[in-house]
Write a protein that binds this ligand. Structure first.
Ligand code: S3P
Length: 444
């Protein structure tokens, strides 16, 4: 039994595992990749000519991006997953918005957009977000943008939104980022588009490279040195509208990869999943844990590798998750914590302090809620230790208003004895509005 109670101030998801038939079987498709959706809307907006986007994620986060860029003059058709058209207004031509730009819950919208705004001379912008986003660190982009000459003000000397930006002619810099973050890298790459020289960003580990791929496709002058985790953007190139097809989001597929692994008697085909190597840490870790996942129909879709993934139930074993793989699976750690709780032996998640500055403190959220379900989990400053194999028992848990926590807990509920009640389940709509209907459909 899977029921969503929408009649409260917040949605409450009820899952009674005792009343679910065993096994997740059949075929599902997943929504478009969130990172690629944001980038296609942003680049389409500042390119010349028309961009078409097929497979756009209709989650609340890309809606925030679309609303911000529409407020600055981009003509974006009604959002749907079939075909969205964006009439770009050309780099440097964004209009000064009449009101505050609101990025909602989306760190990607706010941080990437800042790079574009800061490099638009003679215009003034104010940007904000919801309570979660206003508490998240912005100095990681504000500081290097200031080194480029940006004028940005905000709470705590620009460390937190709301922020005010007075666009300037920026200068190219070489930035050694202390954090492996695609949002930082992409923000500076976008700022570098309008400078005279070469903007170089080096990161400690490699983060997702969707900006590099898409910027190159739109005509930007981008080079990548994989050996040193460095990207170089030469300013001055024109961006030209493109046809983009967004692959399915591996971060959304992750819920089903784990669900079908831990629910006995499962055999599920997840179609059209983006398998960009900077995102496939989840597949490598699940393989190490003993998951049974095969790749079918591998192909390339607008410069991004894609496959159908077939996953069958498996006996999982604990493992160590840390080091260079972390940025390649950072968003999948909440659902990997569920896999670890159901695995035999101990899983150690380390080098993942970044989880504390996501939509919620995901270390605290997962440790607290898994503990309520009966798992043996210990919080560490940079991760957690999970001794798997304890039987999970349904109880009342909370999403922390974090989409990935909500969906991870829903998957845990499929294997927890009895009834699990997940409060604030509506947050799933940030990245996966059809998550609950897809889950219900799998048991019909
Ligand atoms: C994203 C980068 C990651 C990720 C986020 C999306 C992106 O954040 O967690 O969900 O689209 O660039 P960081 O760059 O802060 O690690």
């Amino acid at each position: 039994m899977i029921d969503l109670d929408r009649n409260q101030a917040h949605q409450i998801l009820h899952i009674d595992a005792n009343q679910l038939p065993q096994g997740l079987r059949g075929k599902i498709t997943i929504p478009g990749d969130k990172s690629i959706s944001h980038r296609s809307l942003m680049l389409g907006s500042v390119a010349e000519g028309e961009t078409t986007i097929r497979g756009l994620l209709l989650g609340e986060d890309p809606r925030s991006t679309a609303a911000c860029f529409a407020a600055m003059g981009a003509e974006i058709s009604e959002l749907n997953s079939e075909l969205v058209t964006v009439k770009g207004i050309g780099l440097g031509n964004l209009k000064e918005p009449l009101d505050v730009l609101n990025a909602g819950n989306s760190g990607t919208t706010l941080r990437l957009m800042l790079g574009i705004l800061a490099s638009h001379p003679d215009r003034f912008f104010t940007v904000t977000g919801d309570a979660s986003l206003r508490s998240r660190p912005m100095s990681r982009v504000v500081n290097p943008l200031r080194q480029m000459g940006a004028h940005i003000w905000g709470r705590e000397n620009g460390a937190r939104a709301p922020l005010a930006v007075s666009g300037q002619n920026l200068k190219a810099i070489h930035y050694q980022s202390p954090v492996a973050s695609a949002q930082v890298k992409s923000c500076l790459m976008l700022a570098g588009l309008m400078t005279d020289g070469e903007t170089t960003i080096t990161e400690p580990e490699r983060s997702r490279d969707h900006s590099e791929r898409m910027l190159a496709a739109f005509g930007a002058n981008v080079r990548v040195d994989i050996a040193t985790n460095t990207v170089i953007v030469k300013g001055g190139a024109k961006l030209i509208g493109q046809e983009v097809t967004v692959p399915g989001d591996i971060s959304s597929a992750a819920f089903w990869l784990v669900a079908a692994s831990i629910v006995p008697d499962s055999d599920l085909l997840i179609e059209n999943v983006g398998i960009n190597p900077t995102r496939t840490g989840i597949l490598e870790v699940l393989a190490e844990m003993g998951a049974d996942i095969t790749y079918e129909n591998q192909r390339e879709v607008t410069g991004e590798p894609v496959a159908d993934l077939r996953v069958r139930s498996a006996h999982l074993k604990g493992c160590r998750i840390g080091g260079a793989v972390i940025p390649r699976l950072i968003d999948e750690i909440p659902i990997l914590a569920i896999a670890a709780a159901c695995a035999e032996g101990t899983t150690i998640i380390e080098d993942a302090a970044e989880l504390r500055v996501k939509e919620s403190d995901r270390i605290v959220a997962m440790v607290q809620e898994l503990t309520k379900l009966g798992a043996n989990v210990t919080e560490h400053p940079d991760g957690m230790e999970i001794v798997g194999g304890k039987i999970l028992t349904g109880t009342e848990v909370d999403s922390y208003d974090d989409h990935r926590v909500a969906m991870s807990l829903a998957i845990a509920a499929l294997v927890a004895k009895g009834k699990t009640i997940i409060n604030r389940a509506e947050s799933a709509a940030i990245s996966y509005p059809s998550f609950i209907p897809t889950l219900q459909g799998l048991y019909n």
